[in-house]
Design a protein around this ligand. Structure first.
Ligand code: NAP
Length: 293
């Protein structure tokens, strides 16, 4: 028999999670601090719990999706709520840090609850679809025992391992890739506008060059993993031509008074690597100058 599930948090994401569970035929109870937001889910067949404790009492699996782990603590750790968690499985899908997940996992276990932490790498419209990506970490038996529930939330659900911080850690790494691209987009827009280039044309060139950039990032990750920092026959580009072209971007931005706060940071990393003798090494050599001390 399918387990009963409560979802705490009916923001954009929590509502999408509850909708996907209802569509997959799970008995779903919802709770939200602002009660009106539960109405669309009630219309789809969800039970609405008037309190967090009643939501917990109503289900075997408790999915939490609020704004941050501070909010999760505020919901779960009250003296009226925490005793109800023994024997339940908490699935914490709120975004957070690896340490936040580790601490929440320890706390949940001390209450006698099972704990799986997750990070959602998708917008709400992807939840419940084949392309929905959710990373999970925590007790493997809780993942395998509830694989169907997780599958209902997204076709690309990955269990990374038993260590509860893994999902949030990989989430942050992927977000670093995303913001690299988004801030790169902001620079490109500023440069194009200053040089009176139509942004539609910029968009077309992005589409044309995105596969090249994707290839470079993939190569960077593979080389850093293998520690292949010296230039070799497969090197796509050494530090030297990158730094040369980067000087053109810097000069243009300076000439047009475009904000260089982020670009100056790139320059620091380039110069560190070059000073250490890596001008003619593979671009991947730069990864040694950004690693944790
Ligand atoms: N939206 C996305 O595309 C997306 C993608 C990946 C991950 N996520 C993650 O999913 C989580 C929720 O995001 P969202 O987009 O759904 O945000 P949202 O629409 O702003 O919803 C936030 C939710 O948290 C609740 N909340 C905040 N503080 C609370 C507190 N102290 N006590 C009780 N409830 C509290 C809100 O309740 P009220 O309604 O009462 O304010 C609401 O239900 C975040 O961790 C976010 O990083 C979102």
């Amino acid at each position: 028999m399918k387990p009963s599930i409560s979802v705490l948090g009916m923001g954009r994401m929590g509502s999408a999670l509850a909708r996907a569970l209802l569509e997959a035929g799970y008995r779903t109870t919802v709770w939200n601090r602002t009660a009106q937001k539960t109405a669309p889910l009630a219309a789809l067949g969800a039970s609405v719990a008037p309190s967090v404790r009643e939501a917990i009492d109503a289900a075997e699996i408790i999915v939490v999706n609020v704004s941050d782990y501070g909010a999760t603590s505020a919901l779960l750790r009250g003296s009226d709520v925490a005793p109800g968690l023994a024997g339940k499985v908490i699935v914490e899908l709120t975004s957070g840090t690896p340490d936040g997940a580790r601490e929440t996992s320890r706390w949940a276990k001390a209450q006698g609850a099972g704990y799986i932490d997750g990070a959602i790498l998708a917008t709400p419209d992807f939840i419940g679809t084949e392309a929905g990506t959710i990373l999970l970490s925590g007790a493997p038996e809780l993942y395998t025992g509830n694989a169907e529930v997780f599958r209902a939330l997204g076709g690309n659900v990955q269990h990374l391992g038993a260590e509860p911080g893994l999902a949030n850690a990989l989430d942050s790494a992927v977000l670093a890739l995303m913001w690299g691209a988004l801030f790169g987009g902001l620079h490109a827009i500023a440069v194009a506008e200053a040089e009176k280039i139509d942004l539609g044309e910029l968009g077309r060139q992005w589409t044309a060059t995105a596969p090249v950039i994707e290839g470079l990032v993939g190569d960077l990750i593979r080389r850093s993993n293998a520690g292949r920092f010296a230039s070799d026959a497969e090197t796509l580009s050494s530090v030297s031509p990158h730094y040369g072209a980067f000087q053109h971007l810097k000069a243009l931005m300076q000439a047009r008074s475009i904000d260089r706060t982020v670009i100056d940071g790139y320059d620091v990393i380039f110069r560190r690597a070059i000073a250490a003798g890596h001008l003619h090494d593979d671009f991947a050599a730069l990864s040694q100058f950004m690693r944790a001390a």
